[in-house]
Design a protein around this ligand. Structure first.
Ligand code: THG
Length: 370
């Protein structure tokens, strides 16, 4: 049976929507209430471009939550357990946002545009509401908004060549997460070395959605000689590389996790002297130790991913869950990640998952897989 999702005005369209349709997008998902391309009908070619050429991803659904005003820095720091005191203008940082109980509510890339202006490039949860409420409740002088910004990711070993051709050789000096406010033939954008893959690349944060089509075509044309083609954030590569996805791996409403459980203790600075949402709860968790641990899993056979978490069993007892798995051709194995009861992590014990009434053995493995 095939299902269809009705596209009404409540589902936002990306600045690149028309371009992706023209280039043959075949499936969408929904992320931050916006349509995000899933694939273009040839997953193997899309994976191949990411590994060997350049993949161009419409990730406009990674919305920017802008904090602007005299207290913007104060609010940014209060929202995250990571210590931002050494973050300079033009630097990006991968940060966690936690709620008052210490659960992760988002894992954005933070960009410091100015002393009084920050962007949180958010994963799939409503952080503009969260940030605005916290800023106002604190009585701070900071405006929270979602500006007209639409990231376009170029990922893959040739992405740097494409960006150098478009912007000049100096971009090869960009540090990871470093960015600049610039333009491409008058199209305003922020250019950053970042992106959700381990194949390297850049992100172009378009600042005028009316020019999405034009930007897409300019990049496509420049990339032709470097085997550039459309794609989307790639679950196989991200599992191989051990990148986490908020929505898949730690979503608050359905399978919440705290930073220590998912291996992000290093992003929590309890000794930095700064106050932040969730500090008291995270101090307690740090002291007591996490009950669950993120593990890599190699799964027997070739089961079809069901599109949701599945229980990780030890005989008849549930001891965790697998948040996502996929078949890796590079490894010739089905690989996944999940949370496991901490006392079983690293222990040689028989685990399994059940998919479509079939039991598949699951074996712990180090992350990243590659
Ligand atoms: N780019 C931008 N916005 C985003 C994402 C992105 N918003 C949503 C989502 N992705 C946020 N999540 C991540 C997760 C991991 C990384 C980036 C964003 C990442 N991690 C590296 C790693 O784990 O090796 C580097 C971490 C570090 O150096 O601290 O890149 O992709 N604009």
């Amino acid at each position: 049976m095939t299902h269809h999702i009705g596209i009404g005005p409540n589902l936002r369209k990306s600045a690149y929507f028309d371009a992706t349709v023209r280039d043959g997008v075949r499936s969408f998902s929904v992320y931050n209430h916006m349509l995000i391309p899933g694939n273009y009908g040839d997953p193997e070619a899309e994976y191949d471009r990411l590994m060997n050429g350049v993949a161009m991803w419409d990730v406009a659904a990674q919305r920017q939550v802008q904090l602007q005003g005299p207290d913007a820095g104060k609010l940014a720091q209060y929202l995250t357990p990571r210590n931002l005191s050494k973050t300079k203008i033009g630097q990006g940082r991968y940060v966690l946002l936690c709620d008052h109980d210490g659960w992760v509510v988002n894992d954005p890339v933070l960009l410091k545009l100015d002393e009084d202006r920050y962007w949180l490039s958010v994963a799939d949860s409503d952080i503009h509401l969260w940030a605005a409420a916290i800023g106002r409740e604190r009585g701070w002088d900071v405006q929270v908004s979602e500006p007209d910004v639409s990231p376009l990711a170029l990922q893959g070993p040739k992405a740097e060549d494409v960006v150098a051709k478009l912007f000049g050789e100096h971009i090869r000096e960009f540090k990871y997460f470093g960015f600049a406010q610039t333009d491409l033939d008058g199209i305003p954008l922020v250019l950053a070395r970042s992106g959700w893959s381990k194949q390297g690349g850049f992100e172009l944060y378009l600042q005028n959605s009316a020019q999405g089509d034009v930007l897409w075509d300019k990049v496509k044309e420049a990339g032709a000689e470097f085997v550039l083609g459309p794609g989307a954030p790639n679950d196989i590569e991200r599992l191989e590389s051990g990148l986490l996805s908020y929505g898949a791996d730690m979503r608050l409403q359905t399978h919440r996790a705290n930073p220590y459980e998912v291996g992000f203790g290093g992003l929590v600075d309890l000794a930095g002297g700064h106050d932040f949402v969730g500090k008291v709860a995270l101090e307690k968790i740090a002291q007591e130790g996490a009950n669950r641990t993120l593990v890599g899993l190699i799964i027997d056979g070739h089961p079809t991913p069901p599109g949701h978490q599945v229980a990780l069993m030890r005989d008849a007892e549930q001891v965790g869950y697998v948040s996502e798995f996929a078949f890796s051709k590079r490894l010739d194995k089905t690989i996944g990640i999940g949370l496991l009861r901490a006392d079983l992590a690293g222990i040689d014990t028989a685990l399994s998952i059940t998919i479509a009434d079939t039991i598949h053995g699951a074996h712990q493995a180090a992350i990243p897989f590659i």
